[in-house]
Design a protein around this ligand. Structure first.
Ligand code: XUL
Ligand code: CO
Length: 433
């Protein structure tokens, strides 16, 4: 026990009228919506890196947080895990996520990294066995250490490729041992700073081979979870290869991995790529590669991936609407890849950030479910395409230009444009927020 969160009670659902800061107003884990408990729909996850490892620095200033578990060594790593499970007990969320570097001290070499990781996996495994959340996904941090400054899988130095591949193996082992439901790859350094020193063709081949080996190893160890790539267009690299969902899908097709790998979509990354969160989710679902989400938000003024906790219900509702249309999460969930601001020094700030975000998501999800159940939005969508149900229209999809031209002449086809009814649909959506 670290005692770090002493005095903060376990958070319970008290309903929208509650005046208690330390209560859920909208997140009632046991509420049944569309035949399933809200907890099982949303599958909330706390991110180890932001909540326990991040020291509160920014490009102009150093750490602002003084967590008692900060520092080197295994004792500190264990204290960090203790604090994590204390927060988990308070929040009661069903999942968490980590990078290897979040849970273990940095070693001098690969062997020491692996020893540290395995010891921490044992420690966390014992804590999980005693109750508490499960592992939504594990991942390798292949972007912080200086060895990765020019990439991991796409590094010009084959020794870095080797170190990264070996590290991913150990992280997949760790994820598998802890019963992880997914394994994530986010390639923050898989890209370039300047084209002047970059061989795009080679780097793509290296990345394709790397991912194919990850898939191969997953099957070899009998890991049943999903392999997820997390798109992001830039930051930290000037250009990142996993730009957005469409780019990742093209990459997966190129290497024959589209049936093996899905995507973990992050709100802030979607915005950086010039898309909306719901666009990325809807596109992934339409391509059959939707996996999981990293829930957060950017600051509208900054143009950076600020990783703030979500607090905009109408925005989040549209994301969950697309997830519901896609059939909901299977192995995926809602991971709060979000951090408190660097002035938020108190243990209570960390708790309340999650409480508020869980409420925002619950409220947004509930609204999305009601909109779906209402059926009018989907009916309008279906009606818009109804013409395609006719046999003559279907025949065009396997037909040819000559036959179509002949039919247009014979039937004197002369289409009249119809309203897209956007404002009517927006008004309908707003009635559910
Ligand atoms: C960085 C980011 C990562 C990934 C996991 O922008 O989102 O935290 O989610 O490596
Ligand atoms: Co993320």
């Amino acid at each position: 026990m670290t005692g770090y969160f002493d005095g903060i009670p376990a958070i319970r659902y008290e309903g929208p009228e509650s005046d208690n800061d330390f209560a859920f107003r909208h997140y009632d884990p046991d509420a049944v919506i569309l035949g399933k408990r809200l907890e099982d729909h949303l599958r909330f996850s706390v991110a180890w890196w932001h909540s326990f490892a991040w020291p509160g620095g920014d490009p102009f200033g150093g750490p602002t947080f003084r967590r008692p578990w900060f520092g080197e060594g295994m004792a500190q790593a264990r204290a960090k895990a203790d604090a994590a499970f204390e927060l988990f007990l308070i929040l009661g969320q069903p999942f968490f996520c980590f990078h290897d570097a979040d849970i273990r001290p940095e070693g001098r070499d690969f062997a020491e990294n692996t020893r540290n990781l395995e010891a921490m996996v044992d420690y966390i495994g014992e804590k999980m066995a005693a109750g508490g959340p499960r592992l939504l996904w594990g991942t390798a941090n292949l972007f912080t250490h200086r060895r990765y400054m020019a990439g991991a899988a796409t590094n010009p130095d084959p020794d870095v490729f080797a170190f990264a591949a070996a590290t991913v193996k150990t992280c997949m082992d760790a994820t598998h041992r802890l019963g992880g439901q997914n394994y994530v790859l986010w390639g923050g350094r898989e890209g370039y700073e300047t084209l002047l020193n970059t061989d795009l063709a080679r780097e793509a081949e290296q990345a394709g081979r790397f991912l194919a080996m990850v898939v191969d190893y997953k099957h070899r160890i009998g890991f049943k979870g999903a392999i997820l790539v997390e798109p992001k267009p830039q930051e930290p690299s000037k250009h990142q290869y996993d730009h957005d969902v469409a780019t990742v899908y093209g990459f997966l097709r190129r290497f024959g991995l589209e049936g093996e790998v899905k995507v973990n979509i992050e709100q802030g990354h979607a915005i950086l790529a010039g898309h909306s969160f719901e666009h990325e989710i809807a596109l992934a679902a339409s391509l059959g590669i939707f996996g999981s989400i990293d829930m957060n938000r950017n600051d509208q003024q900054s143009g950076w991936d600020t990783d703030q906790f979500p607090n905009n219900v109408p925005e989040v509702m549209l994301a969950y609407y697309e997830i519901l249309r896609a059939g909901g999460f299977t192995t995926g969930g809602t991971n709060f890849d979000a951090k408190i601001r660097r002035q938020s020094l108190d243990p209570a700030d960390l708790v309340l950030a999650h409480v508020g975000a869980m409420d925002v998501c619950a409220r947004a999800f509930t609204a999305a479910a009601r909109l779906l159940q209402d059926g009018r939005l989907e009916a309008a969508r279906a009606a818009r395409y109804a013409g395609w149900d006719r046999p003559a229209a279907q025949a065009m999809l396997t037909g040819d230009l000559e036959a179509i031209a002949a039919r247009v002449l014979a039937e004197a086809i002369n289409p009249e444009p119809r309203s897209g009814a956007q404002e009517r649909l927006e008004n309908l959506v707003n009635r559910f927020v």
